[in-house]
Design a protein around this ligand. Sequence first.
Ligand SMILES: [Zn+2]
Ligand SMILES: [Zn+2]
Length: 276
Amino acid sequence: MEFIVGVFDHFIGNFGDSFRTEATRYWLGAGGIFLLTWVVFAGLLKNRRIRKPLPSKLRNKQMWREIRTSTLTVIVFTFCFSITNQLMIYFFGGSIFQIYSDVSDYGWAYLVFSVVLWSIGLDTYFYWTHRFMHHPKFYKFFHLTHHRSHNPTPFTAYSFAPSEAVLVYIFAPVFFILVPMHKTAFICAMLIQIFRNAIAHCGYEIFPRGWARHPILGIFTTVTHHDLHHEKGNGNYAFYFTFWDRIMGTEHPEYLARFDRATEAKEPMLNQVPAK
Ligand SMILES: [Zn+2]
Ligand SMILES: [Zn+2]
């Protein structure tokens, strides 16, 4: 009982700050990529649209739904933060996160390395939890909300059911318990994460032609990679890198051809079912 009271006390006391931080991150990434790809460079990118319908058709119902569900995700994240905080007080008497603020503790090379490690760790965590969420038994409860965006927008980035939001949240506290990370490295990792997430859902292939087939650059996923996942509902489960899908044989067989078409197309290519 004391634990539950502590969680709610912390949640109410810190809600303003936590919500502001998480919501700012979401709006920086989703809003920023929306402005860049759908407004500022819309003309330049018009032949890079991966699928119909065009953004104007998605703007009304879908985008507002995504903003609503993403706002709920931000609230779930702040609540999870309060639970984590209380769990550490309850079991360990205080924080056991290995977050440090003096660069000289581990040096600059380690600081950069920790961001790389975070990205590889997150991609691995995402790949396996994503496959778990696509299991028919769990799909509806965890992942259906995200896939309601059949043709995503940058605002799809945090459009999760609360259950999926909890699963997404868990990676960070586990990482901080296991791996020392400088505050700046954490901020960089989180910014990369939200921008990369919004880019993956932007609907325009912004990566240069030849990228997906390049022996080194091809390790990094493109917009088409995740867009194809939303279109087909299977395959291409990873987030940053292509290696898990390649090792596990889950890369969508059309991925490379579709990337080639997205980067050479003169017109939006496929007449897809309009987003609900
Ligand atoms: Zn999925
Ligand atoms: Zn997605």
